[in-house]
Ligand binder design. Structure first.
Ligand SMILES: [Zn+2]
Length: 488
């Protein structure tokens, strides 16, 4: 597929897209626009942003077309060796997964706005950008001469880019990977502390998996003028949109910025490579239901925070404050008595990204994090501190992605049991497929590490939960606590 992206200044936020398609003698070809994007497991229906769709032959004559579904088009192309699809895309949503264009920046998530020919998703893709010469381009793919090339549509769809003359760039090598920061929305930045913190949490992740699986990794950081927080993972990059930009220097903002960055980097393995079999490969045309969100988001949420503590970027106060807010969410959601994590994961496609009906469901992020913590402590205990969840994730990476396949629930359970040497049957029955059983597990693992939950009632009748160290930890508890946090 050959694409062209043209900025038209006629109307704000509209971009013109052309797709040149070679036929193979077909009478009809079906063009498909993705209906969702990996990282957000719900339908997005990007086709609603398309205006003035048309198909033309090389002399400019319009071809007959009709819609086959909300996001697919059938073009009548009998007798043609090549034709072009043209449309305008409304790019006016600045978050980590959408597209946005104004006079300063072209920010595109190709999964939103480019189509592929049905049955030809594995063909190479090439995008030529008609943008000002002064623009720098931040993207995980090479972009020589304003040309972005991908080996197939999957890689292309997974490669967002920012193009602007106002990008700040900084790069350094860590664990055999060239790491790039690309900032938009801030004029100057002292990269010293950020580089050091990023090195520390990157190094510990590389150590868990034995490697960083890409030679270069790009952090794309659009900073917005208003309060905002959103990150999306990609195979060799991440987009993290945060705001307000003028608070970048404040400790709370910076802590949160590090937490989301460490989380998204962990996705480089967990979901971009260690991926549920139901999404290996992704099917862009429909829901890719999976019960495994407690792994791809839950385990990632656990590591996103705990690795900042284990790598020394955060102190205990920073980590306990972050995890306390997760427990606060947990105890204020009666969904834990009503719906399992596995079903809540399946239902992200239904109402996973809105509060939804009160108490209907749990969160793959929050409850997924809690049961990952439980698993980590259970493994440390049963192996006398020789193994932990790190070893399970490494084994999952090696036994699935490295062998070219996705994983299933039974792969994860098998590895948990093999590595810990104990049964995880009741863990899965109670915490993944059951409901309302978190407390009994939490009581046990928190006792082991010498921690406890302190509850306060707010004026609105909600819980506020404080995850804290016990006043007096026993010698065994202190040893466990320190081992868990990598201090021994
Ligand atoms: Zn995530």
């Amino acid at each position: 597929m050959r694409y062209k992206l043209i900025i038209s200044n006629q109307e704000p936020h509209f971009v013109r897209i052309e797709t040149i398609i070679q036929t193979r003698g077909e009478h009809f070809l079906k063009l498909q626009l993705p209906s969702w994007r990996p990282g957000r497991y719900e339908l997005a229906n990007y086709a609603k942003n398309i205006r003035s769709f048309c198909a033309i032959n090389n002399s400019g004559t319009e071809l007959v077309w009709k819609k086959l579904s909300k996001d697919s088009w059938e073009i009548s192309c009998q007798g043609l060796s090549e034709f072009t699809i043209c449309y305008e895309y409304y790019a006016n949503q600045f978050d980590a997964g959408a597209s946005y264009i104004d006079s300063e920046i072209v920010y595109i998530n190709p999964v939103n706005c480019f189509m592929y020919v049905d049955g030809r998703i594995n063909e190479p893709c090439e995008l030529s950008l008609e943008i000002p010469d002064s623009y720098k381009i931040a993207c995980q793919l090479k972009s020589d001469n304003k040309l972005i090339k991908a080996i197939n549509f999957d890689q292309f769809a997974d490669s967002p880019f920012m193009a602007s003359s106002k990008l700040l760039h900084h790069s350094f090598e860590e664990s055999n990977c060239l790491i790039h920061f690309w900032f938009y929305g801030i004029e100057t930045l002292n990269f010293r502390q950020l580089e050091e913190d990023t090195r520390n949490y990157t190094r510990i992740q590389a150590k868990i998996f034995g490697e960083i699986p890409c030679p270069e990794f790009h952090f794309l950081y659009p900073l917005l003028p208003y309060k905002f927080r959103h990150g999306v993972e990609h195979s060799d990059s991440t987009v993290i949109a945060m705001g307000p930009a003028n608070e970048f220097g404040s400790p709370d903002f910076y802590d949160d910025f590090l937490a989301i960055s460490c989380h998204e980097l962990f996705h480089l393995w967990n979901v971009k490579r260690i991926r549920p079999a139901e999404m290996f490969p992704y099917d862009f045309t429909r829901e890719n239901y999976s019960e495994l969100g407690y792994i791809y988001e839950g385990v990632t949420t656990y590591y996103g925070d705990v690795l900042l503590k284990r790598s020394g970027v955060w102190n205990w106060e920073q980590y306990s404050s972050s995890i306390s807010s997760d427990f606060t969410k947990h105890y204020n959601n009666n969904g834990r008595f009503n719906y399992s994590l596995a079903n809540s994961s399946f239902d992200t496609w239904l109402d996973g990204y809105v509060p939804g009906v009160k108490g209907r469901k749990v969160s793959i992020y929050t409850e997924g994090m809690i049961i990952a913590l439980i698993a980590d402590i259970m493994i440390l205990k049963s192996t006398s501190f020789k193994k932990r969840l790190d070893d399970v994730m490494l084994a999952l990476y090696e036994s699935t992605f490295k062998l070219g396949r996705g994983y299933r629930h039974k792969d994860y359970q098998h590895l948990l049991e093999e590595i810990s040497g104990t049964s995880f049957k009741s863990y899965f029955n109670d915490l993944v497929f059951g409901k309302g059983k978190y407390d009994q597990y939490l009581k046990e693992v928190l006792e082991l590490i010498g921690c406890e939950l302190e509850f306060f009632k707010t004026n609105e009748g909600l819980f506020e939960v404080n995850f804290r160290k016990m006043q007096s930890q026993s010698v065994e508890q202190e040893h466990f606590f320190k081992t868990w946090l990598g201090e021994n």
